[in-house]
Design a protein around this ligand. Structure first.
Ligand SMILES: Nc1nc2c(ncn2[C@@H]2O[C@H](COP(=O)(O)OP(=O)(O)OP(=O)(O)O)[C@@H](O)[C@H]2O)c(=O)[nH]1
Ligand SMILES: [Mg+2]
Ligand SMILES: [Zn+2]
Length: 285
């Protein structure tokens, strides 16, 4: 049978088999040597041994991995952003959206703390990211406004909350999966300071899984091709450029530059695109 690793306690994986049964697992010899490498989110083959216990015989090849928190096969990230308290840095938001794309993950934008923000500002940001093709969820983790709409949207697989410190990732987790907090006696603090722990669990939320540890993805990557960055700026493709391979920097007849100049295209998104190109793209020699 096959299943999904939903927990990892003292290196013993808990697997939810496809028939709905939970097994506390051991790893077989060959895989045992790679023990450190089994992760929540892994798809595995297993053979039951005793009631509630099974041996893992194989681990599927991963689609991608996140290191903080350690989760395999991440389908998507919720990039949490706040308009106020703290005033969010939109360049970091755009970087996280690019990173998700580069890692073959979907991304959705969560605008948290709407109870503290001006409705106009929230609507302006929402509009920019909707036009860029992202699902945007204005929510308040405090009042739970918008939370139901966010969690009940159709999506599949394993999702992780990511974002800057203080935007409310932990509060959002507690609001979305109170059982997780009750079960663990607090939120896991993976990869932060001295409290680093390997514990991370997956919780079923409607039609997807949510990791109970937020992400602090490193915002440094190396990319060879500007087109890999452009995929995360799909709204630029709405404008026609003279050259098919236009990078929208200084090329004559660039429709993106014209759209920014006339104010149709958000200049922030454009500036961040240029900054990301500068920071991350190393042209092939
Ligand atoms: N008013 C209001 N406050 C919120 C909301 N969400 C979170 N907060 C508060 O914002 C502060 C930071 O929230 P956390 O959940 O700790 O933020 P975090 O993203 O987990 O921060 P780090 O763990 O440092 O990365 C806390 O004081 C929360 O109570 C919200 O929707 N509205
Ligand atoms: Mg937190
Ligand atoms: Zn162009």
């Amino acid at each position: 049978m096959t299943g999904l690793v939903v927990g990892l306690e003292a290196n013993r994986p808990t697997v939810l088999a496809d028939d709905g049964t939970r097994y506390l697992c051991y790893l077989r010899g060959r895989i045992h040597r790679d023990l450190g490498r089994i992760m929540v989110g892994d798809r595995v083959s297993l053979n039951p041994t005793d009631p509630g216990e099974a041996i893992i015989t194989d681990v599927d090849t991963r689609k991608n991995t996140l290191l903080r928190p350690p989760v395999a096969n991440v389908a998507g990230t919720f990039v949490v952003f706040t308009v106020t308290e703290p005033r969010g840095n939109r360049e970091l938001l755009d970087k996280r959206l690019v990173l998700a794309d580069l890692s073959h993950m979907e991304a959705e934008v969560v605008l948290n703390k709407v109870d503290l923000s001006s409705a106009e500002e929230v609507e302006a940001i929402r509009d920019i990211y909707r036009k860029a093709g992202y699902a945007v969820w204005p929510v308040s983790s405090s009042t739970k406004e918008g939370l139901e709409a966010m969690v009940s949207a159709p999506r599949q697989g394993v999702w992780v909350l990511v974002g800057e410190s203080g935007v409310g990732k932990s509060t959002l987790l507690a609001a979305a999966i109170p059982e997780a907090i009750a079960a663990t006696g607090g939120l896991s603090r993976i990869g932060r300071g001295k409290e680093t722990t390997r514990r991370v669990g997956l919780w079923r939320l409607r039609n997807f899984w949510l990791a109970d540890a937020p992400g602090y993805t490193s915002l440094k990557v190396q990319v060879n091709d500007a087109r890999d960055i452009l995929r995360a700026f799909p709204e630029f493709a709405l404008y026609d450029c003279r050259y098919a391979n236009c990078r929208h920097l200084k090329e004559p007849g660039c429709g993106v530059l014209a759209a920014v100049a006339s104010g149709i295209l958000d200049s922030g998104r454009y500036r961040h695109y240029v900054a990301i190109l500068d920071n991350w793209v190393t042209p092939r020699a």
